[in-house]
Design a protein around this ligand. Structure first.
Ligand code: SAM
Length: 142
């Protein structure tokens, strides 16, 4: 298993190209739709591992308040630029998802972690910190 700094560096290295590559993947696009549908009734959403904001942005466009958490500076740079027109309902926090998150109970009525679990070094700690994991029926958290 890679140490945390190497994984952060991976996303920093690829942040500028992430959207170009990932948006050609039909399974990824279907996963975004799945998360959006799952969060339809929610107003205050925590997007854990928000990356460049491919889930955060459509959530904001649907009128939701979103707190986006990630630990990659370069992914956060893309995220901030993409979502800047929604700043009144949008917050970014740079945090490590394997550590306890500093939100008061009841801060959110929905959480999502789209395409994040495979990239987290300590998925057990991650799942403890992010109370709802939305996976495809056949996905496994190994
Ligand atoms: C494959 S990207 C998915 C991004 C976005 N959710 C999406 O659907 O495109 C995984 C994201 O998880 C973030 N990540 C991985 N491990 C993390 C950790 N321990 N703490 C915070 N963010 C983490 C990475 O920086 C990256 O932005």
């Amino acid at each position: 298993m890679k140490p945390p700094q190497q994984k952060i560096a991976h996303f920093d290295d690829h942040a500028r190209f992430y959207d170009i590559v990932i948006k050609t993947n039909p399974r990824y696009l279907a996963m975004l739709d799945f998360h959006l549908a799952s969060l339809d009734a929610c107003d205050d959403v925590l997007d854990s591992g928000a990356g460049t904001g491919n889930l955060t942005l459509p959530l904001l466009q649907r009128g939701k308040r979103v707190c986006a958490v990630d630990n990659s500076d370069d992914m956060i740079t893309q995220l901030r630029e993409k979502c800047k027109e929604y700043s009144s309902r949008f917050e970014i926090r740079k945090r490590d998802l394997t550590q306890p998150l500093d939100f008061p109970d009841g801060s959110f009525d929905g959480t999502a972690s789209c395409y994040v679990v495979p990239y987290v070094n300590e998925p057990v700690y991650f799942s403890e910190n992010c109370s709802i994991l939305l996976l495809f029926p056949n996905d496994k958290l190994n």
